[in-house]
Design a protein around this ligand. Structure first.
Ligand code: NCD
Length: 290
């Protein structure tokens, strides 16, 4: 089985991953079950959290993670993704984790490779393990997802995180509200303002403006984005009492989120998201390699 999209998972599999991730995070577990297994990391786009947490997850399970330094690989000599996938497949890894700028790239690689392939972000399409770790973070901190009102705000148009979360969270009983600057919203769908989305929300998840995917500059005047669309104390005051703040990272402090809010340990789940990322990826590797 591959993990390319949230749609690849049954409700029972989602439940298993979330439950297992929370247990692994809380330390009530047996690990080391993947001794001798090999996980390849193939990252064509920049990454800190996703790359390092997959590697850490593999090691914690007793597996070995090997990362291809893409910049120094035959990719520089013009090798296609398909040929790289065929080459790596011939080495018989036990799993491959791939991030690539093109939508559909993970699924093309999966069609070539015999082992499970995990999509760690394909263009603007999906990033299923991020959505799973976000859900696991809510489980860990709030105890439930059912009934939560979740505002996801920012560059929705280019966000694979938003797309995977918009599939996963409603399946778990949450109400998801997507909002952002009109220029950064997908063409289809009702458009809420950020203020409307945040009103009464239990969770406010902010997203980075994906400048690397934009053709033109957007909201670059200092302070402009924060004032119009970012998470400020004033906006957060419209959320439900005790509302919690999330961000997949990397953050642009002072752009989509006020720096003090990001660092407010009482409200910000950003570091917990990173911790749950390791546990969630452990759970995913266990499920796919079992
Ligand atoms: C996200 C991504 O790469 O899609 N980062 C991540 O995996 N935590 C979000 C982003 O780059 O803004």
């Amino acid at each position: 089985m591959d993990l390319i999209s949230i749609d690849d998972l049954s409700d029972a599999q989602v439940e298993w991953i979330l439950d297992r991730a929370v247990r692994l995070h809380q330390g009530r577990h047996q690990v080391g079950g993947l001794k001798g297994r090999i996980v390849f990391n193939l990252f064509y786009e920049a990454s800190t959290r996703t790359l390092m947490s997959f590697a850490t997850a593999a090691h914690r399970l007793g597996a070995t993670a090997i990362t291809l330094p893409v910049e120094q690989s035959s990719v520089r000599k013009g090798e296609t993704l398909d040929d790289t996938a065929r080459t790596l497949d011939a080495m018989r890894p036990d799993a491959v984790v791939i991030r690539h700028r093109e939508n559909g790239s993970a699924s093309s690689a999966a069609a070539i490779m015999a082992c499970p392939v995990i999509n760690a972000g394909d263009g603007t399409n999906e990033h299923p393990t991020q959505a799973l770790l976000d859900a696991a973070t809510m489980r860990q901190r709030v105890g439930r997802i059912d009934g939560l009102k979740i505002a996801i705000c920012g560059d929705i148009k280019h966000s694979r995180v938003a797309r995977s979360n918009a599939k996963l969270l409603p399946r778990l009983g949450a109400e998801v509200r997507l909002a952002g600057p009109p220029e950064l919203m997908p063409e289809s769908g009702a458009c809420l303002s950020v203020d409307e989305a945040i009103a009464g929300a239990d969770i406010v998840m902010m997203l980075r403006v994906q400048r690397e995917r934009l053709d033109q500059e957007f909201g670059d005047a200092p302070g402009e984005y924060l004032r119009l669309y970012g998470l400020t104390d004033e906006r957060l005051a419209r959320a439900a009492p005790g509302a919690l703040v999330m961000h997949p990272g990397p953050m642009n402090r002072g752009v989509e989120i006020d720096s003090a809010i990001a660092d407010d340990a009482a409200r910000s789940l950003i570091n917990l998201q990173v911790a749950m990322g390791v546990a969630t990826r452990m759970a995913c590797l266990e499920m796919l390699l079992a």
